[in-house]
Design a protein around this ligand. Sequence first.
Ligand SMILES: C[S@@+](CC[C@H](N)C(=O)[O-])C[C@H]1O[C@@H](n2cnc3c(N)ncnc32)[C@H](O)[C@@H]1O
Length: 202
Amino acid sequence: MDENQYIEALNIRDELFADIYQYALENKIPIIDSDALNIIKNFIQLKSVKSVLEIGTAIGYSGLHIVSVHDDVQLTTVELNKDSYKIADENFKKYNVQDRVNNIHGNAKEVEIDGTFDMIFIDASKGNNQLFLEKYKPLLNPGGFIIVDNILLRGLVIEETIQNKNKRKLKEKVDRFNHYVKENYDHTMYFNVGDGLLVITI
Ligand SMILES: C[S@@+](CC[C@H](N)C(=O)[O-])C[C@H]1O[C@@H](n2cnc3c(N)ncnc32)[C@H](O)[C@@H]1O
């Protein structure tokens, strides 16, 4: 066992939503890694977060975890894909949190969201991270923060030669975004957990 495995074993907890986790695995639906999720949940706890905006619901897995931190956490979440949106709706009902979740079907590049939020979690189309950050940042409450998942693109972001044109473009966009945030925001934390997590405090 190395240090990473030791820490991983200490961090790991029983899965609260095992059925949804399993469904995501079986249907190849991308969901957040458990160690990144653990950090997000601890930030919610640490900062007494009460309102969260999530960009990229998928089937509601991360959303369910987010509202599980406290009974007074409210979630607004946006998903482009109609089927995923519908499954998320069923999952929020299944776990009886539908009253605390504003589940929105739409394109996060275009929708207008009502409300202000203590935390914004960006986890949608990775090439649009900068657009989402600048579009939704004005909705942050004072003292709020933004989290972005997948800033490592499973290692693609540090690959120098990428043959596939679309992959190369995506890598360039995400790499540019990661540096854009460093240059334009004073308080940032880049974590090498999961697929890379970025926390921006405003
Ligand atoms: C990585 S998954 C989200 C995973 C989810 N947050 C979780 O951890 O359980 C990304 C999701 O973003 C959605 N998406 C992509 N582009 C979007 C957009 N422009 N607006 C809203 N959702 C989008 C995709 O359909 C996909 O379901």
